[in-house]
Design a binder for this molecule. Structure first.
Ligand code: ZN
Ligand code: ZN
Length: 736
């Protein structure tokens, strides 16, 4: 973006050819009336040429008429307007103000500031009450607090300090820069506040998340006898939606009715949004049916509402009822599925969209579907989507690049992820961070750190996400020194304050390396209250190093924060089992049974020819179930002949008979998925599996052996990282 320090382009103004301006009122009048009748830029340009010929253009007032048409009419063109402006020998105040105004709502608000400076230094005019509101609006568009503050200072020094338009624009400016206190100070200083003043300050507090204050101001507004309008009410509805306060929201709705406030589509949509966010779908539906001309916002709000409550059939009905199919409607349903842990359904809707051929998927569709593929490990589908993006000629922006890198890394194809990364020209902080995360997942800690430093060379500033990923890389590779260094540098060197995720990573790094004392000390010294994830990291480390005492502490602290966290109890019971404390195991199991806490069932998915097959432990539901189990028997027999002994300490449950215990181990979902992969996947391709929990030690050693015995690469993504099995080894070097 251009900055204020860029030198002003100063075009030489023509000398003022006053001699050319013949005072001819009648002729001028004719030209002005022609300008007002213009309906295209072409016609305007003809008049422009004529005005140049007869010298009328050199009269500032006449030129301002032409300029107004070029910049404010229905066929206006900012580019042309700027050219006209640059050729006017002596633009008058009106012309300056108009250009400042036009630029203030353009994509280049900085130009307003530049024109303003030109006006100050190169014209005889002083800024007027028509200059400041737009200049301040431009500063809001730039989100530069200090720029607006300068204008505010100039206003105070001028004689315009009590102009309500300027003061209202200052309120808007300060709220949009997040300085609510200053906005409020300007607001209270206004003598006769109008409805715009009230609306600006109320919507400012809503956007700043201070809903109580917004509602309090509304009450004050009533006391002050200023009649609220539709803008006020939309702001209030938004406050109720964000507060999830249905009672208040309903009151606002009845207030609107009672006071006969203008009820247009924007208002209806705001009401709809309030009902949906407050979880009252019945009210939403009732209102929705009453809206005569629904727009895309009305439809997507309803779809979103149903999907959030898990009422997917109802959401689907809404989609089917839309009269004009638009991609945003489909996106609403796809992303609702994707974000609520239903990636398979998201992809099914996407497939339907492709078959219907009514509308083309857009960037938003691709980002959601790629994320669904990443969740499922559905690389074939992901690759097809990648091809679609290219075929459709969709421009690669940083969102899409990030999604592609994430999809390929999570589906087990690091090379492809790297290929995407190196093929793009523009890389923002999210693109870099996604690639660092990809390398981290594969245990390529050194490469991830290397990329972090190259990101610095590329002058991209790391953010909190980058540091989570870098620390994750250190933890997966056991890089304790490096982890400590990054963690200690985060705030002083990079200005990123460590949050829960960073502490959890650091506890993980120290804990895994056996530095349990140091990890516990770090938690004690945390300036923020430790979150469940931090205690979870310590608990996980205790399991690796069999530290029962510390594990009990961590577990009880974790349960204080998340009483429903059954994963913690499972981990603790595993620690008891591992250290032979069977009494404690059964006691814990009893407790879990009483409180109804159940272990999250383990499941593994594998994609074969674009179809996802999902297995639970001891699953009998697959059509090829018989073949899978006989393959599994064959594998186990071959492994045993090689001297493999099942590792029983990975069993959670205490089972009496030897063989049952052994069998339960054999029936873990990832083993079933691997057996299925060996039967059905293309032998030249690696077997790619996604497991929802952490892989157990026995499955890990079995996968290693299979990779050697059957000469197959196996890529297994568990909840924490990737395991790439090949030739009897795993990429994690047994560090997980
Ligand atoms: Zn297992
Ligand atoms: Zn591994």
């Amino acid at each position: 973006m251009e900055t204020l320090s860029t030198p002003l382009i100063s075009l030489p103004r023509y000398p003022n050819p006053t001699s050319l301006t013949v005072d001819n009122g009648h002729r001028d009048h004719l030209v002005f009336s022609l300008i007002s009748q213009c309906s295209t830029i072409k016609q305007l340009k003809q008049i422009h040429a004529h005005m140049l010929r007869i010298g009328l253009f050199f009269d500032p007032y006449s030129a301002s008429k032409l300029f107004k048409a070029s910049s404010l009419s229905s066929f206006s063109s900012l580019e042309y307007a700027r050219k006209v402006f640059d050729h006017i020998p002596q633009p008058n105040l009106y012309t300056f103000n108009t250009l400042i105004r036009v630029y203030s709502s353009s994509s280049e608000p900085i130009q307003s500031v530049k024109i303003f400076l030109e006006m100050l230094y190169e014209s005889p005019y002083y800024p007027s009450k028509f200059t400041y509101p737009f200049l301040i609006k431009a500063a809001a568009g730039l989100s530069r607090l200090h720029v607006g503050q300068v204008f505010h200072g100039m206003v105070i020094k001028s004689s315009l300090a009590d102009d309500i338009f300027i003061l209202n624009s200052l309120i808007h400016f300060y709220t949009s820069c997040g300085d609510l206190d200053m906005a409020y100070r300007v607001f209270v200083m206004i003598d006769k506040k109008d409805v715009v003043s009230w609306n600006s300050i109320i919507s400012g507090f809503v956007q700043g998340g201070r809903f109580e204050m917004a509602l309090e101001l509304f009450r004050e507004m009533e006391v002050a006898n200023v009649k609220p309008n539709d803008v006020t009410m939309v702001g209030l509805l938004s406050a109720c939606a964000k507060k999830k306060d249905l009672e208040l929201g309903s009151w606002v709705c009845s207030y609107i009715e009672k006071n006969e406030i203008k009820m247009d589509l924007t208002m209806s949509n705001a009401m709809l949004d309030m009902y949906v966010k407050c979880g009252s779908l019945e009210d939403a539906k009732r209102l929705f049916d009453k809206i005569e001309e629904k727009d895309i916002i009305s439809w997507t709000t309803m779809i979103d509402g149903y999907a959030k409550l898990g009422e997917y059939d109802a959401a689907r009905c809404v989609l089917d009822a839309v009269p004009k199919q638009e991609i945003a409607i489909w996106n609403a349903l796809i992303s609702a599925y994707e974000q609520n842990g239903k990636p398979k359904e998201a992809l099914a809707v996407f497939r339907e969209l492709q078959l219907s051929k009514n509308v083309n998927p857009d960037e938003v569709t691709f980002v959601s579907t790629l994320s669904a593929c990443a969740q499922l490990g559905a690389m074939d589908v992901g690759e097809q989507i990648h091809a679609n993006i290219k075929n459709q000629g969709v421009k690669f922006n940083c969102y899409l690049t990030t999604s592609l890198i994430d999809m390929y890394s999570k589906c087990g194809n690091l090379e492809k992820a790297l290929e995407v990364f190196y093929s793009v020209k523009r890389r923002d902080v999210f693109v870099w961070s996604a690639m660092i995360a990809g390398l981290a997942m594969y245990g390529k800690g050194k490469a991830a750190i290397d990329l972090f430093f190259r990101m610095q060379e590329a002058k991209v500033k790391p953010n909190a996400v980058t540091f989570t990923n870098v620390l994750c890389a250190c933890s997966h590779t056991g890089l304790v020194e490096e982890g400590r260094m990054f963690f200690n540098q985060m705030e002083p060197v990079y200005g990123v304050v460590p949050g829960f995720k960073h502490y959890a990573c650091m506890v993980d790094i120290l804990g895994r390396a056996g530095l349990l004392e140091e990890a516990a000390e770090l938690i004690e010294k945390m300036p923020i209250t430790p979150s469940a994830s931090v205690w979870g990291a310590l608990l996980g480390a205790c399991k690796i190093h069999n530290n029962v005492e510390l594990a009990e502490q961590a577990c009880s602290r974790l349960l204080e924060l998340e009483p429903e966290n059954h994963g913690a109890l499972v981990l603790l019971s595993n620690i008891y089992a591992k250290t032979g404390k069977w009494d404690n195991v059964s006691e814990l199991r009893k407790r879990m049974r009483v409180s109804g806490l159940k272990k999250e069932p383990g499941s593994s998915s594998i994609e074969v020819n674009g179809i996802i097959h999902k297995f639970l432990a001891a699953d009998n539901s697959h059509p090829l179930c018989k073949e899978i189990y006989s393959k599994l028997d064959e594998i186990m027999a071959r492994l045993k002949s090689l001297g493999y002994v099942p590792n029983k300490s990975h069993l959670l449950q205490l089972v009496e008979e030897e063989d049952i215990q052994e069998q339960a181990l054999n029936l873990h979902s990832e083993k079933l998925a691997i057996a299925f992969g060996l039967i059905s996947a293309n032998p030249s391709q690696p077997i790619r599996i996604v497991k929802n929990l952490r892989v157990c030690g026995d499955c890990h050693s079995v996968a290693k052996l299979i990779s050697r015995l059957y000469d197959r690469e196996i890529l297994l993504r568990d909840r924490y990282r990737f395991h790439h099995f090949s030739g009897g080894q795993c990429s994690c070097m047994d560090y997980w």
